[in-house]
Design a protein around this ligand. Sequence first.
Ligand code: SF4
Length: 390
Amino acid sequence: MRATGRLHMGHYHGVLKNWVRLQHEYECFFFVADWHGLTTEYENPQKIEQHVWDLVIDWLAAGVNPGSATLFIQSQVPEHAELHLLLSMMTPLSWLERVPTYKDQQEKLREKDLSTYGFLGYPLLQSADILAYRAGQVPVGADQVAHVELTREVARRFNHLYGREPGFEEAVEAAIKKMGKKQAKIYTNHRRQYQEKGDESALETARALVDNQQNITLGDKERLYGDLEGGGKVILPEPQALLTKASKMPGLDGQKMSKSYGNFIGMREEAGEIESKIRRMPTDPARVRRTDPGNPQNCPVWQFHMVYSDDTTRQWVQDGCTSAGIGCLDCKKPIIEAVQEEVEPIRKRAEEHLRNPDLVRTIVAEGSEEAREAARATLEEVRGAMGLNY
Ligand code: SF4
């Protein structure tokens, strides 16, 4: 998670509740991406430190448990940077330029100059973050799937270039020759198309071509499949995106909850603040007077009922709203209570950790050391495969 400051209940519902569940199902590594924070905040790096600690405290408050998962800070594991550098040597520029968020973010954050080397390369740094742990799955939102896809391509290319056993290339060349000049040419053209441009249909065609060969042995075919996919030994396994169903917490105005829209409820908010924010929430504009009936579909408060209320309460809202039987403040009351009840224990845990910064630092130091050990082992293999273990 990027270090961008304190979290709100949108993060809690959308991400952290999932993490808390995942930490019991998998071996999990959760880290504060402080270097990623720098890609857009390079002019104000002094902000990042506070953001880092805020993030860790909010995770702990949400129930992320250092006994079940490894919590650490990216910059305390320099292997991420080393792997990023090594991967950058073999990653085509065009792969980074075509990542959808690259242009999107530059457009969105137009007030910042993001035509930097670091900003272009940050999806590759993400790839290094993932591959350093040889992660099987990466819990991401739909907007990050393209980044996991890039990571898969990078891993494939790495394995292709450096994962070869001695004699593999020669065996592949011999198998291609056996296919005959014309077929061999089609094979190599499609292989290039796939490996350089990521064209999946070229991969399919090349595979089908290998399938249909009569003159080559089964062993040859297996070698050629391996050749297409990266071949030889897998040093960096390809991760999968783990798209989990997250409950969505809408913002106070019905848009996505976001700090930049000012429509959020913080994870450490006091009961009084929560009450006043929800009381001020806009409702169906048709309900000008108490006696005007409304339609919950046109009201952001209804979206909160979808998250927090049971069927009986929802029916009470439907009936009361459309008949003007209840007022909007009556309707908001169960929401105020439910949000307060959810936030209160989180806020209390955050306060406990704020009172004990040494404990938080120890958790992160231990986590970073654990993470480093795992990343070190990967880097040793990576260096070895590239001939850099002198
Ligand atoms: Fe919205 Fe409830 Fe008011 Fe209807 S009664 S407009 S659902 S707040």
